[in-house]
Design a binder for this molecule. Structure first.
Ligand SMILES: Cc1cc2nc3c(=O)[nH]c(=O)nc-3n(C[C@H](O)[C@H](O)[C@H](O)COP(=O)(O)O)c2cc1C
Length: 197
């Protein structure tokens, strides 16, 4: 595993103090193509997702976990948009994030995608705590992947999370390399809070 030091500019420039994993989390596209995630660590990040809150404790999240080199990883790669295929292959693993949008009787889970998002957020923060990085993506053909994985109709693939060890930005194509080092920007908190102090 090659350890590449990260530029300090990747850290969030926060307007109030945050816990380390949130300050340090960012979404790289350069992953170390040789890095392998320890099975216990992979289990730990999924356990973090498991303990997310959900509406009525319905836990409507499901995951397909695909390590680099597996047929599931290749299937996910094949469903990705070209601009994601360029970089995602170096990730050590992909987690395909799936919302159970209805129960077996067809009763809808209206909060399923919201709950899934929270579970994925937990996963990303735990991964960061474990010294890994994550990069989520929506740029892929979810219908195609749903068919390949032969998922039930009440399951909806929402996103994919790449997980791995940060790699060398110089290995990326020029346009992605520029994005990899571009300043990380956020709207001011004052713009996000609509009412109240
Ligand atoms: C739902 C979702 C979909 C995303 N889709 C893509 C994608 O298809 N390709 C990509 O390179 N990044 C994708 N991203 C990553 C975002 O662009 C990234 O999180 C955002 O620019 C903020 O950067 P940061 O995570 O480094 O703070 C996605 C992120 C989320 C949460």
């Amino acid at each position: 595993m090659t350890l590449v030091s990260e530029p300090a500019s990747r850290r969030a420039d926060t307007s109030a103090p945050l816990i380390g994993a949130l300050v340090d989390r960012w979404s790289p596209r350069a992953f170390d193509p040789a890095a392998v995630i320890d099975p216990d660590v992979l289990r730990t990040v999924l356990e973090a997702a498991r303990w997310a809150p959900s509406a009525n404790n319905s836990q409507p999240w499901r995951f397909v976990v695909a390590r680099r080199g597996t047929s599931a990883f290749t299937a996910a790669h094949d469903a990705m948009a070209g601009f994601n295929q360029v970089w995602a292959d170096s990730a050590a693993a992909l987690v395909i994030n799936i919302a159970e949008i209805a129960d077996a009787d067809g009763n809808p889970h209206p909060w399923a995608r919201y709950d899934l998002g929270q579970a994925v957020a937990h996963l990303t923060v735990q991964a960061q705590h474990e010294g890994l990085h994550t990069h989520q993506m929506g740029g892929f053909d979810a219908a195609k992947l749903h068919e390949v994985f032969a998922l039930a109709p009440n399951l909806e693939i929402v996103s994919i999370t790449t997980i791995g060890v940060v790699g060398d930005a110089n290995a990326l194509p020029e346009v992605l390399r520029e994005r990899e080092v571009a300043p990380r920007l956020r709207k001011p908190l004052e713009e996000l809070v609509l009412l109240g102090e």
